[in-house]
Design a protein around this ligand. Structure first.
Ligand code: ADP
Length: 621
């Protein structure tokens, strides 16, 4: 029997789980029961839709068997099972890049890492929190052979042929000394009730229980088997029968999250279409929310039969943080992914669900601002993604998102910003970039500060994409201060007078800078700085180009900055009078480079910048 090694990542994950979950040991049972339930879901679906599974007997159940004396616990299911290849790939390697990234990003600081792992589905490997030996005996549905996988959770595992009467999986935990506290039927019952009460399949516990023996007039140990969970599709029950605790417990079992959800929305639709939805908003964003292989967390059921849980069709991508259940009465059971994409019933459910979720969030914002702030801290960004992709709900999304501004360090709504507009102000202004502090100090804001006009600070990398496409909030225009023509509020009454004096300098600067700039113009937006850069209306800003390049985009539309010069600045006034050409040459580049630097844009030739700076300094000292 050959010993096989774990993939490096598996060993890493195992170490982490064992060392960081000692205060949450009991979750091992939730994870294993949830795997068993998934395996039953998969076979149940096949047994309703596909031969040969349709003609195979199927008695879905999960059996926990405790042997106190031996210190072992079996978790057996009658589900889909695994063959040798499945065992190797599912229990010996990590395929998902999300998980790999998660591991790569760990700090090595045990405390921080154990907080992180709380948001991460630990799954099967949690068995090793309580056991120093784990056996898995499994037989795949429709196959004759069974296999035994054995491991101590350290070096690797062994795989050998085995026997099993029926298809399904049995996991046998050999508790280590500390884990022995779970070799206790009372404790196991409590844990099942706490985490797995609403698993849709019956869970039985077989153990030696104390029972009163009438004949012997004393309590004796008897081997008994009892169902320990309620096994009801909780979402089908009327709302008034459900307590908060029921909802929270179901959330934990469907999401794998340990924390309570932030809130939930339970809806039953009747009429032309019948369906039930129960949506949860997590209290924390999952660690891999922004990764490509993120798995959305809404499960699709048809008449209480689980169909699939990773379909991207159930809700739009921007709502991928929502967890929960959609249970339809009208869809066919054997609905495939391909069919789902164009299914009218599902499209209607999806549209109604999005409306429902957004309107509930709107109510939350009014009724419970504190909770809404928590929501925004975690999920503002996905909502903004919705502004890009969901035009039908643009108006609602603009009400839901929150922003920071030059006048508010905390979150504020566009409605509030609109409410604070000045008499006669022509639009709501925003500045985009990648660093809020940098943006707050940008010279582009000087004139707005001077005129006491509030400017929205948008520092998410996606903001420029999104907000450059949105023209209005209600009836007010949204205008980017990074753009050349940014608004009627900037009119400088004395601009014409200054132009005559400034023009020769502008032309000289343009000549010196040549290809580096699109234009050199007189600015109306600067107070304390001599220069700034803006972009042409139709072009992506330099920050956006920098970001696209970092993301690997090679083809980029032409785009050069427009350099704006402050006619009232002392340096500029002195330059107007300067006759020394080499000084003006240096100044031209320094005015451009400092404007780039302050916007967080890397200089093409930092060496040349430093040389020029030193030449000018030498003159000054
Ligand atoms: P996850 O459940 O998040 O995918 P796990 O580590 O818990 O991760 O399990 C890895 C895989 O092993 C599962 O996706 C499933 O394919 C398989 N597996 C685990 N437990 C069982 C089981 N009881 N029956 C069948 N397959 C299982």
């Amino acid at each position: 029997m050959a010993q096989r090694e774990f993939q490096t990542e598996v060993s890493q994950l195992l170490q982490l789980i064992i060392h960081s979950l000692y205060s949450h040991q009991e979750i091992f049972l939730r994870e294993l029961v949830s795997n068993a339930s998934d395996a039953l879901d998969k076979l149940k679906y096949l047994s309703l839709t596909e031969e040969p599974y349709k003609s195979m007997p199927f008695d879905p159940r999960i059996d926990l068997e405790l042997d106190e004396a031996a210190g072992t616990l079996q978790i057996a299911d009658t589900g889909i099972g695994m063959n040798d290849e499945d065992l190797v790939s599912h229990l010996g390697t990590i395929a998902r890049s999300g998980t790999k990234n998660f591991l790569a990003n760990l700090s090595g600081d045990a405390k921080k890492d154990s907080n992180l792992i709380g948001q991460f589905g630990v799954g099967f490997y949690s068995a090793f929190i309580v056991a120093d030996k784990v056996e898995v005996i499994s037989r795949k549905a429709g196959e004759e052979k069974a296999w035994r996988w054995t491991s101590d959770g350290k070096s690797g595992y062994e795989l050998e042929p085995a026997e099993r009467d029926k298809s399904g999986t049995t996991v046998i935990l050999h508790f280590h000394t500390e884990g022995k506290e779970y070799a206790n039927s009372w404790k196991l019952r409590e844990i099942v009730k706490k985490y797995s009460n609403h698993i849709a399949f019956p869970i039985f516990l077989t153990a030696d229980e104390n029972e009163w023996d009438e004949a012997e007039k004393k309590s004796v140990k008897k081997r008994t088997t009892k169902q320990v969970n309620a096994a009801s599709a909780l979402w089908k029950r009327p709302k008034n029968e459900l307590k908060d605790e029921d909802y929270k417990e179901l959330y934990k079992s469907v999401s794998g999250d340990w924390a309570d959800p932030l809130c939930w929305f339970h809806t039953k639709a009747e009429g032309t279409m019948e369906y039930t939805t129960l949506f949860y908003i997590p209290s924390k964003a999952p660690f891999d929310l922004y990764q490509a292989d993120y798995r959305p967390g809404v499960k699709l059921y048809v008449r209480r039969v689980f169909i699939m849980d990773d379909s991207k069709e159930l809700l739009p991508t921007y709502l991928r943080f929502v967890r929960g259940i959609i249970d339809s009465e009208d869809l066919p059971l054997n609905v495939s992914r391909e069919i789902l994409q164009q299914n009218r019933v599902l499209t209607a459910i999806r549209t109604a669900s999005v409306k429902k979720i957004l309107s509930e969030l709107k109510s939350l914002a009014t009724d419970n601002p504190e909770q809404y702030t928590n929501f925004i801290e975690e999920f503002n960004r996905p909502l903004k993604e919705g502004l890009y992709s969901d035009h039908a709900n643009e108006e609602t999304l603009l009400e839901l998102i929150r922003v920071k501004t030059t006048k508010s360090e905390g979150w504020t709504s566009l409605a509030e910003v609109k409410g604070r507009m000045q008499e006669g102000q022509k639009g709501i202004y925003f500045i985009t970039g990648q660093n809020a502090t940098q943006l707050r100090n940008s010279p582009l804001l000087e004139i707005y500060k001077k005129k006491d006009i509030e400017v929205v600070i948008l520092a998410d990398e996606i903001d420029e994409f999104i907000f450059s496409r949105i023209e209005k909030y209600q009836d007010v225009e949204l205008k980017s201060v990074n753009k050349a023509s940014s608004g009627d509020d900037l009119k400088d009454e004395t601009a014409e007078e200054k132009r005559e004096a400034l023009t020769p300098l502008l032309e000289k600067l343009k000549r010196v800078l040549g290809e580096k700039v699109k234009d050199v113009r007189q600015s109306a937006r600067l107070a304390d700085s001599p220069s700034c850069i803006v972009s042409d209306e139709e072009e992506p800003s330099l920050q956006m180009r920098q970001m696209l390049r970092a993301m690997g985009q090679k083809e980029m539309p032409e785009g050069k900055p427009i350099l704006e010069i402050n006619p009232d600045h002392e340096i500029v006034k002195k330059l107007l009078a300067a006759s020394n050409d080499s000084l003006v040459d240096d100044a031209a580049f320094l005015l451009l480079d400092q404007a780039l630097l302050v916007e967080g844009i890397a200089l093409e030739d930092p060496g040349a910048f430093v040389q020029r700076l030193n030449r000018v300094l030498r003159r000054a000292v």
